[in-house]
Design a protein around this ligand. Sequence first.
Ligand SMILES: [Zn+2]
Length: 96
Amino acid sequence: MNILHIIKRFLTRIKYLPQFIIQSIKWPYETCQRCGNAYCLIWSVSDGLWNDVIGEKEGLMCIDCFIKEAIKKGIKITDDDFIIKPFYQFEKNEIE
Ligand SMILES: [Zn+2]
């Protein structure tokens, strides 16, 4: 990865830091216990896959963190492993 791409990514993170802080305060739904992301998807995997990847029976995790953890542990996952639904009940003031 080239340095300009890394700098651009870093600046984007900084640019949206205020939004992340506001969402952390206002977000009425679930947030990832690993990265703090206020996620907009309802998703699930089988209990067996969850236990293999996370190693705990319960928890809240965004799908990105779940996938990164699976890759880190060398656990193969496929599209068919996931059930994904968007939240439909969002109000405009909840996502800004
Ligand atoms: Zn996360």
